[in-house]
Unconditional design. Structure first.
Length: 202
C-alpha cells in the first residue's frame, strides 16, 4: 500500500525472557510489512533468549541488570539514559518483567507500548489465563496499549479475542493468545508508524 512512503520508525525493544513477540516484530520488518527498524534490544537479564534472537538478526543488544543498582529509581534512570542514546521513536515492552517508575513512564508517555494477555480492562496483572478460566469466561485475548503510570491501564490500541474451549487449560489458552499477540503487536506498531493512532496527550 503506502508503506513505501512511510519513513521507518526507530524502535527500542525491552525484554526479560524468550522474546517471541520480539521475533514477530523482527519477522514483520524483514518481510517489509512493518516500516520500522529495531535499533536496540535491551534486557535486564543476561540469559534472556530474546538476546539470541537479536544477535541472529544482527540487531544491537545490551544487558542492563537491575541487580547492579540499589533501587528501582537508579535502575530506571540508567535505563532511560541508555534508551535515549538510541534516539527511538517508540519503546516496545516485549515481556519486560519490571514495574517501571512513574518518572520513567512519564518520560516516554505516548511513546511506549506494552502487550497484555487479557482483554483489558479485564484481568490486569498476572495469571490472566487462569483467572479467565476460573471466571467461566467464554472468550479471552490480548491487548496492545500505551503505557501509563497506572499498571495495565493505558489507552488500548488493538485487541484480539480467542474463544475459550471446554477442555482449555491455562497453558493451551496461553498458546492461542500468544499467536494473536504475534499478529496484533506488529500491527499496532505499524499504525503508530503511519500516524494512524489518535493519541490523547491531555
Amino acid at each position: 500500500m503506502n508503506q513505501d512512503v512511510v519513513t521507518p520508525i526507530r524502535l527500542v525493544v525491552l525484554i526479560s525472557g524468550n522474546g517471541s513477540n520480539l521475533q514477530a516484530i523482527i519477522d514483520n520488518i524483514s518481510t517489509h510489512q512493518l516500516p520500522a527498524e529495531i535499533v536496540a534490544v535491551i534486557s535486564n537479564k543476561a540469559n534472556a533468549y530474546g538476546l539470541e534472537r537479536a544477535k541472529k538478526a544482527g540487531i544491537e543488544h545490551r544487558v542492563l541488570s537491575h541487580l547492579d543498582y540499589a533501587d528501582r529509581q537508579q535502575y530506571d534512570q540508567a535505563l532511560q539514559a541508555l534508551i535515549d542514546g538510541y534516539q527511538p521513536d517508540l519503546i516496545i515492552l516485549a515481556g519486560f518483567m519490571r514495574i517501571l517508575s512513574n518518572e520513567f513512564v512519564e518520560h516516554y508517555l505516548n511513546k511506549m507500548m506494552n502487550i497484555h494477555p487479557s482483554l483489558l480492562p479485564k484481568y490486569k496483572g498476572l495469571n490472566t489465563h487462569q483467572r479467565a478460566l476460573d471466571a467461566g469466561d467464554r472468550e479471552h485475548g490480548c491487548s496492545v496499549h500505551f503505557v501509563t503510570p497506572e499498571l495495565d491501564d493505558g489507552p488500548v490500541i488493538l485487541q484480539a479475542t480467542v474463544p475459550i474451549e471446554e477442555d482449555d487449560t491455562a497453558e493451551t489458552l496461553a498458546q492461542r493468545v500468544h499467536e494473536q499477540e504475534h499478529r496484533i503487536y506488529p500491527e499496532a506498531i505499524r499504525l503508530f508508524a503511519e500516524n494512524k493512532l489518535p493519541i490523547n496527550t491531555e
